[in-house]
Design a binder for this molecule. Structure first.
Ligand SMILES: [Zn+2]
Length: 222
């Protein structure tokens, strides 16, 4: 079950004295109000909880673009955050939970759970993810155990992608990449967003991970 943390404490409005530069043109920005969001996040024990919070908005002095300043722990345009999505997909594809039962645990609909499983299954090629993991950390024991998710069904495909994402997320962690999220899905997509500026949408049809993910697009940072 999701707990509702929003009614307990009014969320604080906190922001630094100056906004970050514009993500599009790097010009200085000014603060431009607030946005109240209501994401479902996984707390440290793995329990999904709705956590209402205020996010500062900024506006560019040059190109006039407005944007919301998101902390690293929040993935853009997602109510159900990636660690929660990963947990539901794991329960359906690796465990024996039905989509309805796994969805109920986090307060989502069965339709959402089925959509997440499909989305993860189409997110990328497990072998490509493992190649990136081996490239980032040549000592990584990549690929071990992937063959246990045999089959052509969507659950088996989602399980292989999730497993490969876990291995890539672990490789990133061992190489000192700062990772705000805990699941492989959250770590890999968070890393893509921080280092390459890519945001993958879960709303429409599955979009594979960006070309920046492919070998040859060297990750920046440690
Ligand atoms: Zn700008």
């Amino acid at each position: 079950m999701t707990e509702d943390l929003s009614s307990a404490v009014a969320p604080a409005r906190e922001r630094p004295s100056h906004p970050p530069p514009c993500p599009r043109c790097a010009a200085p920005c000014w603060w431009n109000g607030w946005r109240l969001v209501n994401p479902v996040i996984a707390d440290p024990s793995g329990t999904a909880a709705r956590a209402e919070q205020w996010l500062a908005r900024a506006k560019c002095s040059a190109c006039k673009r407005s944007f919301t300043c998101l902390p690293e722990v929040l993935y853009p345009r997602r109510q159900y955050q990636l660690d929660v999505v990963a947990e539901v997909v794991a329960e359906v594809s690796l465990g024996d939970s039905s989509a309805a039962a796994a969805a109920r645990e986090v307060g989502a609909s069965p339709t959402s759970a089925r959509r997440w499983v499909n989305w993860v299954a189409g997110l990328g090629s497990p072998s490509e993810l493992l190649r990136v993991a081996a490239w980032i950390d040549p000592a990584a024991p990549v690929g071990i155990g992937l063959s246990r998710h045999a089959g052509d069904g969507v659950c088996a495909r989602a399980a292989r992608v999730l497993d490969a994402l876990e291995q890539l997320g672990a490789a990133l962690g061992r190489r000192g990449v700062a990772l705000a999220m805990r699941s492989g899905l959250g770590r890999v997509l968070g890393w893509q967003r921080s280092y390459f500026g890519d945001v993958v949408s879960l709303v429409s049809e599955p979009k594979v991970l960006s070309p920046a993910m492919a070998l040859g697009g060297a990750p920046r940072g440690p």
